[in-house]
Design a protein around this ligand. Structure first.
Ligand code: FPP
Length: 218
């Protein structure tokens, strides 16, 4: 959800206003996703690197997650979304952890759309955490193949990523789902996240649908 800061700066507003505007995109986006039959959507909300931002921005983001959880989870639940969170749970404030748990429990039995929120998430941390658990489980080298490894990821049930949408024109992966995006298609747009509309989401899906995915074959 990149470009919130720039969106605010262009309007001479504090960065927090950009993050707030970014939250407003979520409901229309999830509504469009449900409508076109997307089954799984992952939102990159806070990376393991985002702790390096100024303390007041980190605090604002944590408050915004809480506020967003309280404001949006009941509606998402009614729309049949199942919410799950990806990332290291340590370091997150207790209030955020509690909100995460409540959201996961409340929506656990929904089956229309799986919404994953990557929070204190890093693709490299996820791989390191998987290796740690594989070692802790005492697996032998010959026991570890790609399928076994994938079972140790944060959410092994998540299907491989089909499409990554990157807003604000950035041409990098930024530590997002490194294992899962091996064969993902990319849709990069200059649109800043708070301006990302249902129309552009559908455009991204159409772009994806028109591609030929060869996965190393011909
Ligand atoms: C990146 O824009 C955005 C973030 C680090 C935060 C995104 C989080 C939200 C919109 C809150 C959503 C909440 C939930 C629970 C899903 P940036 O600040 O890097 O923008 P810039 O690159 O223009 O500076």
């Amino acid at each position: 959800m990149d470009g919130n800061g720039r969106w605010a700066e262009r309007r001479r507003l504090p960065r927090a206003a950009g993050h707030r505007a970014g939250v407003e995109v979520l409901t229309p986006l999830l509504e469009a996703a449900g409508r076109v039959g997307v089954r799984t959507l992952t939102l990159y909300a806070f990376s393991t690197e985002n702790w390096a931002r100024p303390e007041d921005e980190v605090d604002t983001l944590m408050s915004l997650f809480l506020e967003t959880a309280h404001a949006k989870v009941p509606d998402l639940n009614e729309r049949g979304a199942r919410l799950r969170f990806l990332g290291r749970r340590e370091y997150l404030p207790a209030s955020v952890l509690e909100a995460i748990q409540e959201a996961e429990e409340l929506t656990a039995h929904n089956d229309k759309l799986d919404v994953y929120v990557a929070l204190n998430y890093g693709g490299r941390s996820e791989i390191v955490d998987a290796v740690r658990r594989i070692v802790a489980d005492g697996l032998l080298p010959e026991d570890v193949d790609e399928a076994t490894f994938a079972r140790y990821l944060y959410a092994p049930e998540v299907p491989e990523v089909d499409l990554v949408i990157r807003t604000s024109g950035e041409l990098r992966v930024s530590n997002f789902l490194l294992w899962q995006i091996a064969y993902a298609e990319f849709y990069v747009t200059d649109t800043l996240w708070p301006d990302f509309s249902q129309e552009e989401f559908l455009q991204a899906i159409e772009s994806f649908a028109s591609r030929s995915r060869r996965r190393g074959g011909v």
